[in-house]
Structures are given as structure tokens and as C-alpha cells.
Ligand binder design. Structure first.
Ligand code: ADP
Ligand code: MG
Length: 268
């Protein structure tokens, strides 16, 4: 008897096409994110990275192709619908409210009640309890950069704000966190903390899609690297099998990788 174990991708895209007028942003691209991994998405400007993740976050509907979450076919008509499937996106423009404190930000704009952390407390709005739960949630996520839950977000550093946005995304029964250039505006120390947070999320079983231009950071945290080029997936490689120069070469089309040398299945 042959026993084959296959892991179902937590998020999958098959032959996704998206055009804007005459511009082909996605040209039949494939995508797989597996449970408990950090998948970096890299590519030159205009390669279709943002368009790709906007399909999964519910911001765009693809013109053609299929999307699956945990093997179930989905069509997202809104970001809320993606959220209900456990897919949360932290866009570059962080959706935080500067004048509110950390705890309030974690509860911001959540109309859907879910079991667990949020369902229990949302709108019962017992501030004290909200703060206690928020602190516990941050501790659970291993986020130690936010010490004082009653601090307003406007008094936080860029990295701490990023932590609030990520904590919020990770709060709501989510299984997938999509991060678009999370360290682009951060200094070295703050970037390091955000990278640590990404690894902690992964270690807690979440799956992370990390869009980044920063090759050293990608090589530090990614389990696998999806290289986008001209609206397609040029290759999926790993930091163990390919160098930063290789990845740049794949991005520009100077190098191609035969399928058998790619890492199309999970590494963990
Ligand atoms: N809303 C839009 N309207 C028109 N063209 C767009 C829109 N969004 C993206 N594009 C175009 O689609 C292509 C892919 O863009 P994008 O997904 O943003 O690439 P990346 O994030 O990799 O830089 C680019 O040529 C871009 O100009
Ligand atoms: Mg982009």
C-alpha cells in the first residue's frame, strides 16, 4: 500500500488573470501558500505582486482563474469576505486610528462577531476587560514591543504602529496574514522587531505572505520565495537553494529555474 500525504494550501490561486484596460497585471499566475509558512513575494515594479495579493485580500476580483482557501473555492467580493475566510491584510497605509489607544485600535471597525477573543468582548465594550484581553492577545502573539496598552497610537513609533496593525490582523480568527512592505518605512531596529513578529506569528501556526523589496529581510524570514515576473510566477525558490543574486536574476528574466529545481511544496 502506498501512503501519500498531501498538504492542502491554505491559500491557492490557479491561472489568475487580471487586466486593467490594456495592462495585463496578472497573466495566468499560480500561487500556493501552505499552513504555517512565511512565503515572500518578490518581483520588479509592475510584476503584479500587489494585484495578486489584492485578489486574495478581496480588494480585486480576478477576471479569470480560481481561488481556494483550505481547498474550498472562493470568490471574494469584499475585504470583509476575505476576512471571514481568515485572510487578513495589512496594507501599506496602516489602518490605525492615531488618537485611540492600542486596545481600542485592536477592536476598531469590527462588525462581525466571531467566537473567541473578539466575539466575547466586542461591544460589551467593558474598557477594563478590553484592555486585559488586548494585553493577553499581544502576549499570545509574542508582541513585546507594546508595553502600555492605554498608550495612544499617535505616540507610538513606526514599528510599534506596524505591530498594532499586525496584532489587529492576527486577532480575528485569522489564519493568513498578508503584509505589503511592512518594513519599508522603518529603521533597522524596528525592522528587526517586525521580522521577529512575523516569525512568531508563523511559530504560532499562522501563514504569512510577505511582500518585500528587501532581499536580506526576505532571506532572513522566508521559508519559500515566490518570484513574480510579468504577471506570472517565474519560480518558487528557497533561501537554502538560491542566492539573492539568483533571485534578482529570476526577477529580471536573466535566469530561469526548471520546475524540478523549484520548491513548489512546503518546507515545514
Ligand atoms: N488599479 C489599476 N489601474 C490600472 N493599472 C493598474 C492598477 N493596478 C495595477 N495596475 C498595473 O498593473 C501592473 C501590475 O501592477 P502591481 O500589481 O501594482 O505590480 P507590483 O505590485 O508588482 O509593482 C502595472 O503595470 C500597474 O501599472
Ligand atoms: Mg506593489
Amino acid at each position: 500500500m502506498t501512503v501519500t500525504t498531501t498538504t492542502t494550501p491554505v491559500v491557492q490561486g490557479v491561472n489568475l488573470v487580471k487586466t486593467f484596460g490594456r495592462v495585463v497585471a496578472l497573466d495566468g499566475t499560480n500561487f500556493e501558500l501552505y499552513p504555517g509558512e512565511v512565503l515572500a513575494v518578490v518581483g520588479d515594479n509592475g510584476a503584479g505582486k500587489s494585484t495578486l495579493i489584492k485578489c486574495f485580500s478581496g480588494a480585486h476580483a480576478p477576471d479569470a482563474g480560481e481561488m481556494f482557501v483550505n481547498g474550498e473555492q472562493v470568490e471574494f467580493k469584499s475585504t470583509n469576505e476575505a476576512r471571514r475566510h481568515g485572510v487578513e491584510t495589512v496594507f501599506q497605509t496602516l489602518a490605525v486610528s492615531p488618537a485611540l489607544d492600542i486596545a481600542s485600535n485592536l477592536y476598531l471597525g469590527r462588525e462581525v462577531r466571531k467566537p473567541g477573543f473578539v466575539g466575547k468582548v466586542f461591544r460589551t465594550m467593558d474598557k477594563k476587560r478590553m484592555r486585559t484581553e488586548s494585553a493577553a492577545h499581544l502576549k499570545n502573539l509574542g508582541i513585546s514591543t507594546l508595553q502600555n496598552i492605554t498608550q495612544t497610537v499617535e505616540t507610538l513609533s513606526g514599528g510599534q504602529r506596524q505591530a498594532v496593525a499586525v496584532a489587529r490582523a492576527a486577532a480575528f480568527g485569522s489564519q493568513v496574514i498578508i503584509l505589503d512592505e511592512p518594513t519599508a518605512a522603518l529603521g533597522v531596529n524596528e525592522s528587526a522587531r517586525v521580522l521577529k513578529m512575523i516569525q512568531d506569528l508563523r511559530d504560532r501556526g499562522l501563514s504569512v505572505i510577505l511582500i518585500s523589496h528587501n532581499m536580506p529581510q526576505v532571506f532572513e524570514v522566508a521559508d519559500r520565495i515566490h518570484v513574480a515576473r510579468l504577471g506570472k510566477r517565474a519560480a518558487v525558490v528557497t533561501p537554502q537553494t538560491h542566492s539573492m543574486n539568483d533571485v534578482v536574476a529570476i526577477m529580471t528574466g536573466a535566469m530561469t529555474v526548471p520546475e524540478e529545481e523549484q520548491q513548489l511544496t512546503p518546507t515545514r
